[in-house]
Design a protein around this ligand. Structure first.
Ligand code: C6P
Length: 404
């Protein structure tokens, strides 16, 4: 597919910021939405808006059909065995909290260990800390090297029969590192531990086959995959979900309620209490069909080209220190300049029309590791161009001059 055709799918890109064409390089925070996703959400509200699984009228039947069709799209996209294993949530954060609360509450106790890595997003740290506080279990951390790669020798050493769960990010949002999750899952399973993979960043950039990975829990968010905000998914093995207590109680997750006892609904509904984000789920389905229409082969090739192009410029830019130089890395360029604070950079770049993110990226332990308060982060997507990378570095040049 031609880059201009892809860009034309995203109406938001066609605008100016402070008199400059918008250069959107904050895709790791959230991607822009193609017209087909906007249309799917709009069609639901214009033609089908109704509650699901409840009504006997035509609108409700149509809304239910489209909602469940999205579940099937997601099942197919990630090669999940059964749609009973696809639970809609508010996003990665809620998916991880669901597992920590429900599975963790039922399976983790004092003396057990939860193993996470040094490069986790707060969403894959704090829920486990909370679980450990409640249960007396211990949180252990897989260290990383200066390159932003995990220390696999230390990982093997840390794994033991005490390890109940390994929580690992597939692709780091702060560094871009892609972790070798397949072998990490195999090693964890060998000691009897379950594995949760945080796929928030990876899912739009790397083809993910849930059955081939044999992963126990996989969490991701629609909004980083060209879909709406406030919706995501927890994919989990059916036997684990069956054995887990519900996360929240309410409508839709029940079969029968009396004051004495409640009989829970079958999967996946047992974990979807209350009216869900129906439009969001339908938009999520449209977003995944959009990704499929481009194909991961083209996406990976294109994003790799952009990363190489940007990295080459970063390497020759005086005073720039890259944060995260893993060999296996996806479309994230995290860096600091010796003379300009990342937050100032973010503001100056915005005046040039270039949108990046500056801050700790909800990965404070990564900042502590590199002893920086924050980084500037440019993150690329399928609609970005080499000219936009040039615009980034031209704007960085201006910022450097201003602070010289
Ligand atoms: N990272 C970023 O700019 P939610 O907010 O639930 O959709 O996703 C949370 C999350 C979990 N794990 C990883 C690896 C993530 O990158 C994120 C979101 C955004 O990097 C916002 S902090």
């Amino acid at each position: 597919m031609h880059i201009e055709d892809i860009r034309n799918d995203f109406p938001i890109l066609d605008q100016e910021i402070f008199g400059h064409p918008l250069v959107y390089l904050d895709n790791a925070a959230t991607t822009q939405k193609p017209q087909c996703v906007i249309d799917a959400v709009r069609k639901y509200y214009e033609k089908d808006n109704s509650n699901i699984h409840r009504g006997v009228h035509s609108l409700s039947e149509r809304a239910t059909r489209d909602y469940e069709a999205a579940r099937e799209t997601i099942r197919h996209f990630f090669n999940v065995k059964s749609s009973r294993e696809v639970i809609f949530t508010r996003g990665t954060t809620e998916s991880i909290n669901l597992v920590a609360s429900s599975w963790g509450g039922a399976n983790v106790s004092e003396g057990d260990e939860i193993l996470i890595s040094h490069m986790e997003h707060h969403s894959n740290i704090v829920p486990w800390q909370m679980l450990c506080e409640r249960t007396g279990a211990k949180l252990k951390v897989i260290p990383m090297h200066e390159s932003g790669e995990l220390d696999m020798v230390a990982y093997a050493d840390l794994l033991s029969t005490r390890t109940k769960l390994v929580g690992i990010v597939h692709m780091s949002n702060a560094l871009g590192t892609i972790n070798p999750i397949k072998s990490m899952i195999e090693q964890a399973h060998a000691v009897g531990a379950k594995v949760l993979v945080d796929g928030a960043q990876a899912a739009a950039h790397i083809a993910t086959d849930i059955q081939a990975l044999d992963v126990d829990f996989y969490a991701t968010s629609a909004h980083k995959m060209y879909g709406p905000t406030g919706v995501g998914v927890l994919i989990a093995k059916e036997e684990l979900l069956e054995a887990m207590p519900p996360y929240q109680g309410g409508g839709d997750m029940i079969l029968m309620v009396t004051f004495e006892k409640t009989q829970y609904n079958a999967l996946p509904h047992k974990f979807e209490a209350g009216t869900p984000n129906i439009a969001g789920v339908i938009g999520f389905g449209a977003a995944l069909r959009y990704i499929e229409s481009i194909g991961f082969a083209s996406i990976v090739k294109r994003e790799k080209e952009l990363l190489i192009y940007a990295t080459q410029q970063a390497e020759t830019f005086t005073g720039l220190r890259q944060i995260g130089t893993a060999k296996d890395k996806a479309c994230v360029l995290s860096f600091v300049l010796d003379t300009v604070h990342p937050h100032d950079l973010g503001t100056i770049l915005d005046r040039e029309g270039v949108a990046i993110r500056a801050g700790h990226h909800c990965a404070m332990p990564v900042m502590q590791f590199y002893q920086v308060p924050a980084t500037a982060r440019a993150s690329f997507s399928i609609y970005n161009t080499e000219q936009e990378v040039d615009a980034l570095f031209a704007a960085l040049g201006k910022a450097r001059q201003m602070f010289a």
